[in-house]
Design a binder for this molecule. Structure first.
Ligand code: NAI
Ligand code: MG
Length: 354
C-alpha cells in the first residue's frame, strides 16, 4: 500500500520535530515491504510570509487536496501576528478540508511524567474528541460603539444540528468500537441555548447506542476531576473551546506539550486529514536541537491508525512507551540530555528491534 503525505514543517521547532517523524515513517517503510510513503514538502509558514506576503500559496488548498494526509509541524513566529499565522494556514486547512474531529489522546506514558500523586499508566488513559469546526470558535460576532461608553462586544457560538450530531455520533462510534464509557463535557446550566442543545443531542443520539455507558459533566467540575480523579474518563466528547482547554489540562497531567498530539480528521475521507503535535513553534528553544520530537512521532502513530495500519500505529506507540523509561535518552523537558536528533535515532533503532 502506498500513501502520499504532504509535509508542512512550518516554523521554529516545527521542521526539527517533523524530520524525526519522517525518519520513523522511512524506517517503517524499510521494515515493511508492503508499505510505502511519498513525501512532498511545502515551504509555507512565517518565513514564507515575510518573503511572499502570504502564509501559503493562493491555490495552496488545491495543491494539498489529493494527498492522503498532511503532516504539520507548527506555525507562528515572532514578527508575524499570531492571528495571521494561525488563521491563514492552520485554520484555513482545518476548515477547507472539513476536519471536524480533533482527536487528542490523554495518556500517561510513565508515572514520572505526571505531577499527580500515585497515578499509574492505567489511571490516565483517555481519548478526548473535540469538535473542530464550529461552536465557540465559529468566528461570528460584532463590535459595536467601539471606544464609546456604550461599547458592546458579541462573540457568538454556533452549534448547528449537523455539526453537533456528527461529532457526538463519531464519539459514540469510537466508544462502542473501543468498548469504553463516553463522557460529554458541557455547561448547560449557564449557556442556556448552545449547551442545552448539546446535552439534548447527546441524549438523543445516545438512544441509538444503548450499549455505551455515558456520563455528562459540567466543564468546571470536569476540569477538577481531570486533576483529582482522571480515572473517571475514557472517551470524552466536547465542544471546540472546552476541548481546547481540557486537553491542555490533559497535557499538564501527562508530561507537557512535548508529548501531546492531536489529529484533525475528516472521517468521510472526502479530503485529507492533518496530523500535528499540539505544541507551537517554541521560539525560545528553536535552533538549539533540544525540542522533544515525541509528540510529532505520536502524530505518526495516529496517522498510521487513520491509514488503517493500526498494527504499525500500535508498534509506534509501544515504542514511545519503551523509550520513555530511558530517561537518559530523552530531551531536557523530560529530564534527559539527548538532542532531538538523538531521540529520533534511538527511536528508529528500537523500532528495528521489535
Ligand atoms: P509553544 O507550544 O510553542 O511553547 C510553549 C512552551 O513549551 C515553551 O517554553 C516551549 O519551549 C515548550 N515546548 C513546546 N513544544 C516543545 C517540545 N516539543 N519540546 C520541548 N519543549 C517544548 O507555545 P507558545 O510559546 O505559546 O507559542 C509560540 C508560537 O507558536 C506562537 O507564534 C503561537 O501562535 C504558535 N503556536 C502554534 C501552534 C500550532 O501551529 N498548532 C499551536 C500553539 C502555538
Ligand atoms: Mg490549544
Amino acid at each position: 500500500k502506498h500513501f502520499t503525505i504532504a509535509l508542512v514543517p512550518g516554523d521554529g521547532i516545527g521542521p526539527e520535530v517533523i524530520a524525526e517523524g519522517v525518519k520513523v515513517l522511512k524506517t517503517i517503510e524499510e521494515l515493511d515491504s508492503e508499505l510505502s510513503f511519498s513525501f512532498t514538502e511545502f515551504p509555507w509558514g512565517c518565513e514564507y510570509y515575510l518573503n511572499q506576503g502570504k502564509m501559503m500559496d493562493d491555490d495552496g488548498i488545491n495543491q494539498l487536496r489529493h494527498f492522503d494526509a498532511i503532516y504539520l509541524g507548527a506555525v507562528g513566529y515572532p514578527g508575524v501576528p499570531d492571528h495571521i499565522s494561525l488563521r491563514d494556514l492552520l485554520l484555513r486547512i482545518r476548515k477547507s478540508f472539513d476536519q471536524y474531529v480533533n482527536l487528542r489522546p490523554v495518556l500517561l506514558l510513565h508515572p514520572s511524567f505526571t505531577p499527580l500523586k500515585d497515578k499509574a499508566e492505567k489511571d490516565i488513559d483517555m481519548l478526548v474528541i473535540r469538535e473542530n469546526s464550529e461552536g465557540e470558535y465559529a468566528g461570528t460576532g460584532d463590535w459595536l460603539y467601539k471606544g464609546k461608553p456604550e461599547e458592546v462586544v458579541l462573540q457568538t457560538g454556533v452549534f448547528s444540528r449537523k455539526g453537533t450530531e456528527r461529532i457526538i455520533r463519531y464519539a459514540y462510534e469510537e466508544a462502542r468500537r473501543l468498548n469504553k464509557t463516553l463522557t460529554s463535557i458541557s455547561k448547560g446550566n449557564a449557556l442556556n441555548y448552545s449547551m442545552v442543545f448539546w446535552d439534548e443531542v447527546f441524549e438523543e443520539v445516545g438512544k441509538e447506542y444503548p450499549d455505551v455507558t455515558t456520563y455528562s459533566y459540567l466543564v468546571d467540575a470536569a476540569s477538577l476531576y481531570f486533576v483529582s480523579d482522571p480515572e473517571r474518563f475514557e472517551v470524552v466528547v466536547t465542544s471546540n473551546l472546552f476541548g481546547d482547554i481540557v486537553t491542555d489540562i490533559g497535557a499538564g497531567i501527562t508530561g507537557g506539550l512535548g508529548l501531546a498530539t492531536g489529529a484533525n480528521i475528516n472521517p468521510e475521507k472526502d479530503y485529507p486529514s492533518m496530523f500535528e503535535p499540539v505544541h507551537g513553534s517554541a521560539p525560545d528553544i528553536a535552533g538549539k536541537g533540544v525540542a522533544n520530537p515525541i509528540a510529532a512521532i505520536w502524530s505518526v502513530s495516529q496517522m498510521l491508525d487513520f491509514f488503517g495500519e493500526e498494527t504499525w500505529g500500535k508498534v509506534v506507540l509501544d515504542t514511545i512507551k519503551g523509550l520513555t523509561v530511558e530517561t537518559e535518552n530523552l530531551t531536557p523537558d523530560l529530564g534527559g540530555k539527548a538532542t532531538t536528533n538523538e531521540v529520533g535515532d534511538r527511536f528508529a533503532e528500537k523500532l528495528k528491534e521489535k
